[in-house]
Design a protein around this ligand. Structure first.
Ligand code: FCB
Length: 442
């Protein structure tokens, strides 16, 4: 069996370094009748939005199988589990807590605590209640305040049971994919929307940090951002400029406000109708201190100069994973070192990293050697970043189990555990066995 290993003297072999697995509510829970509708329910019901025309009604049926799923997590020997809370499950239409939904998460958190597994809770992993979208969603500034109220109520209810709260998962995806190119829910398209949505998401984050720090000062409170580092196709200065603009637009746009209290300078090149509506004091709220930064990394992107646009992204070269993303591990350490050199950062957790592989289950086994190789290469780069001085405290594999992969539906498998969606049977893949062995052999 292929093994995952780390150098003998690596800090990642210390018991202090946290290893975990990650999931998100809409991607695994199902239990659709026990919550309010969210934007992903609506999006899935539209034509040509999801590759396999599926939805999240059942997903991995985690809503019913959570007890055995936690046994499964425990059997892997991980230190932590990153999950997200479904806003439409815990808050009813009038804005009050829905106790049945809260109990679902309390049971999970109590069970994790019994097993000594740290809970990393994300408050928003993209499942906005539909009735809030009906009032404009993230294009409406009020949504930021509704998010604060939700964060206030749910953090008070879960107080003392959560090791770490993240406000948002990947605001880039919510804003750009959801409100600019429309390939994610709510499917809105238009350059004039993306940056407006992004600003309200970041404001929501800042407002939520205030209530998290009030209710749960002992939890580590922060945010999870995704990064797709931007590389120029050639070493020409025009390609370098294109890649740098893309980096500001897709990556720095979300981190710079958090640590520098301002958007990248390209804001001055953005036409008026695409500008976010920034009120006095917003940037102070957004840039309040964080206990940690969550970094999600999967791949890089390559750009060339373009006559009409600021950049043109070329098709990713091989090798690629099953979702078409280039495998380029070096970008991971280069990203971490560059963030460390650019900003004054709190400790970092790698909150997601993993690969979609076209897995085959044969005789109750999934021999996902390509995924093991992906993990090995990327864990090595995390270790390289640590050796270069980046303060990284933990690593989460995306994902615990195969699940609803957004616009790809169930056609792309990211799990270290295989899910048979007909029987709901879970089978630990070779990658899961290797990950578990690596953790236990620290
Ligand atoms: C990230 C998402 C996560 C998962 C992975 C593959 O962007 O946060 O839910 O879908 O990609």
């Amino acid at each position: 069996m292929a093994k995952l290993s780390l150098p003998a003297n690596s800090k990642m072999r210390s018991n202090e370094f946290i290893y975990g697995v990650a999931t998100a509510s809409f991607q695994i829970e199902g239990g659709v009748n026990k919550r309010l509708p969210c934007i992903w329910d609506t999006f899935c019901a539209q034509k040509n939005t999801i590759a396999d025309n599926s939805n999240g009604d059942i997903a991995c049926d985690h809503f019913n199988q959570w007890q055995s799923d936690i046994e499964l997590i425990d059997s892997l020997g991980v230190d932590a589990y990153r999950l997200s809370i479904s806003w439409p499950r815990v808050i009813n239409k009038s804005g009050e807590l829905n106790q049945e939904g809260v109990d679902f998460y309390l049971n999970i958190l109590n069970s994790l605590a019994q097993k000594n597994i740290k809970a990393f809770v994300t408050l928003y992993h993209w499942d906005l209640p539909q009735h809030i979208e009906d009032n404009g969603g993230w294009l409406n500034r009020d949504t930021a305040y509704l998010f604060r109220d939700y964060a206030d109520k749910i953090s008070a209810a879960l107080k003392g049971k959560v090791y770490s709260f993240a406000t948002l998962n990947e605001p880039f995806c919510s804003a750009y994919l959801g409100y600019e190119v429309g390939v994610h829910a709510p499917g809105i398209k238009g350059k004039e929307y993306g940056k407006k949505a992004a600003h309200h998401l970041l404001l929501a984050h800042g407002l939520a940090m205030q209530v998290l720090n009030k209710n749960c000062p002992d939890s580590k409170n922060g945010i999870v951002l995704n990064f797709t580092p931007c590389y120029p196709e050639t070493n020409s200065s025009i390609d370098a400029k294109a890649a740098s603009y893309a980096d500001d637009y897709f990556n720095q746009w979300y981190i710079k406000p958090l640590f520098d209290g301002q958007y990248p300078d390209i804001i001055n090149q953005i036409p008026d109708e695409q500008q976010p509506a920034i009120h006095d004091g917003d940037m102070d709220i957004i840039s309040a201190p964080l206990d940690f930064l969550g970094v999600n990394f999967y791949t890089r992107a390559i750009y060339r100069a373009d006559k009409h646009e600021h950049f043109f992204q070329i098709a990713p070269p091989e090798p690629r994973t099953d979702i078409g993303w280039e495998i380029y591990p070096k970008a991971f350490s280069e990203l971490l070192v560059s963030l460390h050199n650019t900003y004054s950062l709190p400790p970092i957790f790698i909150t997601e990293n993993g690969a979609a592989i076209d897995d085959k289950i044969e005789q109750d086994q999934v021999n996902d050697i390509d995924r093991i190789n992906y993990y090995q290469a990327h864990l090595t780069e995390v270790n390289n970043a640590i050796e270069s001085g980046v303060n990284i405290k933990g690593y989460f594999a995306w994902s615990l189990m195969d699940n609803f992969e957004w616009a790809e539906g169930y056609s792309k498998r990211f799990g270290i555990v295989y899910v048979d969606y007909i029987t709901q049977q879970r089978t630990v893949k070779q990658s899961g066995i290797s990950y578990s062995a690596m953790i236990s052999q620290r």
